[in-house]
Design a protein around this ligand. Sequence first.
Ligand code: FAD
Length: 536
Amino acid sequence: MNKIRISQIKLPVAYTEQDLKKAAARALRIPVAQITSLTVCRRSIDARKKPDIRYIFTVDVTVSADVRALLKKHRSADISQAEEVPYQYPVPGSETLTQRPVIAGCGPAGLFCGLLLARCGYRPLILERGEDVDARTATVEAFWKTGTLKEQSNVQFGEGGAGTFSDGKLNTMVKDHAGRNRFVLETFVKAGASPDILYVNKPHIGTDVLRTVVKNIRREIESLGGEVRFGQQVTDFAVKNGRLSAVIVNGTEELECSVCVLAIGHSARDTFALLEKKQIPMLAKAFAVGLRIEHPQEMINLSQYGQGYPQQLPAADYKLTGRLKNGRGVYSFCMCPGGYVVNASSEKEALAVNGMSYRARDGRNANSAIVVTVTPEDYPEKGVLGGVQFQRSLERMAYRAGGGSVPVQLFEDFCAHRAGSGFGDVLPSIKGAYSLANLRDSLPGFLGDSLEEGVRLFDSKIRGFARGDALFSGVESRTSSPVRILRGDDFTSPGLPGLYPCGEGAGYAGGITSAAMDGMKCAEAIIQKYRRAATS
Ligand code: FAD
């Protein structure tokens, strides 16, 4: 009981640590010298009085004064006893696990599932269809340069999963009373991310740093006796006595196991098809589709921070939502300040885009996806994989529209249903080849109309959002999984005991942090049920 938490400390952007200490002392009405340590727990930006932008802090302090007396004296919601909820490692169960647990997929879900199992002594085996992060980086960069796609290793597949070539935003809406979120962030910091992700309200790693971070997490798993094998796709399951007995790898090798965590992400369409064939219970689910839009970052900075804003501020972001006349919701998704649109395809002759940024977020453009929600009623084909087929048809359309390059259209041309003939002031910041195209007439009518209305709606929130030379590129179709792979309270599939559907692909997460947290939950379920195997 020696730490005090103080919130709502407001300071100018050019603050120093001493300013923060002084402000904390002022709040407690004690001399600065009595503050013996100070940790920033949270820092957010208050831009309500532009351009007088302030940071708002929550800090924990230790003091050389009577803490009880101070807390008694300050009966304020902004001053309280600091309480930390450290993550509690699960207690092993009693059933015997005869083989190492297998994890299919080395994205955030598989990686954190593997890390927790490894830290608890279970020596997991992670099978990843794609390449290790170094080889994968070379493959992806070659794809952006030449257009030659490797279907097993790309922006969606390979070490680190879909998040590796990403913006690396780490915020999540998932409620967390168990300390998993903190565990994930602390693990990232230990593996090389900036410590500021522990306290800024919208933490961001950046793709350049993420590549090192995922490699370092893998190394920790390996150092604890776990193993990660690349170029290894789970292509089938063997079943004995009604439960999982083995996974088949690359169509040939049979690996005996009684536990397999299926952390395959939202793009493993062939694995979804396998699951359907095996009658693993799944449902088609809603997701969102749309196009990515680019604006000058400076336009967004001016809108969010005001004229003459302090230059120390990070590239500004935005989050926009609205309701359309047709009743659908429209919103911005995965906004990347100072970032790049990336060709994020994983199938031949089909094109999907997404956004990424480097740690510095110093690119000239801001981009985000403008998307509308689509539900199984919208999918032309019915059945569990109707959403997958809908995604694929949109991606094939985008591929055709751009002749294999990322199709790009100025917003004014989009509204006029024409391909256009050149750019205005906004020049594309795109990883991969691009070409001007008539995206509007390639999209289903409701989608094109919704996006035009949505962008015009958002112009009332960010001036210039609907500028004629804003750039659309498409198609943004991999926003979340088009299926949910059902699981019970014990985290296993009701159709195949031993199979643990996990992460975003299974429909239990949306984003890096929530996928990582779901990976931890699956690991916890395994640990709480089983004693670790005596041998491998
Ligand atoms: P994935 O990361 O998709 O990992 C699944 C892994 O399983 C893949 O590596 C795949 O190769 C492997 N796999 C698939 N099938 C098999 C199989 N049968 N056998 C073996 N291996 C298999 N989220 C954020 O929170 N912030 C962001 O800034 C952000 N930016 C993004 C930018 C881009 C370009 C992309 C593509 C995504 C972005 N996302 C972002 C989304 C985020 O990456 C995902 O939410 C997250 O990676 C999901 O984690 P996952 O582990 O569930 O699945």
